[in-house]
Design a protein around this ligand. Structure first.
Ligand SMILES: [Zn+2]
Length: 436
């Protein structure tokens, strides 16, 4: 393990003097899904160029700008970065410009220890995936698992699982355990019923839908046709056409405003081969997603080019890979759930790039792209597995006066162990060496 850490340190310390070839390798390894960016992103000896649809050079990063721009990309607010690149385009920055950028940004990973606790001063964002907490909301976001008792061997009643409830309980336990270690925690949802807007989906639909649509239409961010369509849409259609992405963006905004040192995004998977999930499966696997795996139309907007450049030029993707590999190891060792192989699900082959760590995949999800920090997007198991669904529906464990499924506690503990390992083995040693 020690040699791996040493290698990592050398890697991070050398960033400032990297050749462009290093970024080309990184691009091939994490970012370029099935060579789809081959005719968009170009690597020369002294610069990296992103071209537009008309094959014109749209953004250029020169080799000598990389140390400055990489710090800028992980420290500044998105609006400031967008303004900067709109003005810069293919122009090379002067030394004075580079110096003034460096002076204006804070040390990105700096933190102030307030007490002796191991994670004192550390900010960790936790995102409990989804928001469905009852039959109707979980049905709207299609995160509802229902097994009628006729399909079950046990004499129990039918089984029902809401992913948004499992992720919330897991997040609460994890948050508690990390707070006990001194960390400052942000949850993107603070109530099992809430969306990232601090109210339930039903409440949002009743009180905010109209105002939000009017406002977007007035700002010309919504066409008249789409505006009318959304106004008339059923809750289910409205979720698919608008709310899913709108709410995920809100999660990324909350997380980025918190400026976390690490982000943990919590989900529970289902077995793809068990669709339409009316009965349990014998398959079970875990996976973790990190950023990367861009498709050719993913680089159309400026904001996505900025996220792409951050993943390419900073160490966030490597650090995400580290925390994710620890998480997969803990899922295997603590939960006895094996890491998913590419054959386990179609999306692992079509939209993901596998990393060197089994079970860790690059995937360009809204959150793995938008969140500006190292992250792990964890899918610890298949909820529809024949053993797991039974464990997940038993509220058989007491944690801080709450009854929760013991299995949920075990999942939270697996994330907790990986997080401690990440800070002890990667973050703190790296931070100390940067300070010297
Ligand atoms: Zn999910």
């Amino acid at each position: 393990m020690r040699s791996a850490i040493l290698l990592f340190l050398l890697l991070t310390l050398n960033v400032s003097s990297q050749e462009i070839a290093y970024y080309k390798q990184k691009f091939d390894k994490y970012l370029n899904l099935h060579h789809q960016l081959d005719s968009i992103v170009f690597f020369y000896q002294d610069k990296i160029v992103i071209k537009n649809n008309n094959k014109q050079e749209e953004l250029t990063i020169y080799k000598d700008e990389i140390p400055t721009i990489s710090k800028f990309l992980e420290s500044e607010k998105l609006e400031v970065i967008e303004k900067f690149f709109l003005e810069k385009k293919n122009r090379q920055l002067t030394k004075r410009e580079k110096d003034s950028i460096l002076i204006s940004i804070d040390e990105v990973y700096s933190f102030n220890k307030k007490n002796h606790l191991p994670l004192s001063g550390i900010r960790i964002a936790i995102d409990p995936g989804h928001f469905g907490y009852n039959y109707s909301t979980a049905k709207v976001e299609q995160r509802l698992l229902y097994f009628p008792n006729t399909h079950l061997n046990s004499k129990n009643d039918s089984a029902i699982l809401y992913e948004g409830q499992l992720t919330y309980l897991t997040s609460k336990v994890l948050a508690n355990k990390l707070e006990e270690q001194g960390a400052e925690i942000l949850l993107t949802r603070n109530d099992v019923r809430h969306t990232a807007f601090g109210i339930s989906f039903e409440e949002w639909m009743a009180k905010r839908k109209q105002k939000v649509l009017d406002s977007l239409f007035n700002k010309k961010e919504l066409s008249y046709d789409k505006y009318v369509k959304l106004k008339k849409a059923s809750p289910q259609q409205f979720f698919n056409l608008f709310f899913r992405e709108y709410e995920l963006l809100q999660r990324s905004k909350i997380i980025n405003n918190f400026n976390p040192h690490l982000t943990i995004i919590i989900h529970y998977n289902v077995d793809e081969k068990n669709s339409p999930w009316k009965k349990p499966t014998t398959n079970n696997y875990s996976m973790c997603f990190i950023g990367g795996a861009f498709e050719n139309n993913d680089l159309d907007k400026l904001v996505n080019k900025i996220h792409f450049l951050r993943l390419l030029l900073t160490q966030q993707i490597e650090n995400s890979e580290k925390i994710s590999s620890f998480t997969i190891q803990n899922f295997e060792n603590q939960l006895s759930v094996n890491a998913a192989k590419t054959k386990d699900a179609k999306y692992l082959q079509t939209v993901c790039v596998p990393t060197n760590n089994e079970g860790v995949y690059c995937r360009n999800l809204l959150l793995t792209r938008h969140v500006i920090s190292p992250l792990v997007y964890g899918e610890s198991m298949c909820q529809d597995n024949i053993l797991e669904y039974q464990k997940l529906t038993q509220y058989d464990y007491s944690y801080k006066n709450f009854k929760i499924p013991k299995r949920v506690y075990e999942v939270a503990d697996a994330y907790f162990k990986s997080t401690m390992q990440y800070f002890n083995e990667i973050f703190f040693p790296n931070f100390t060496s940067q300070k010297k």
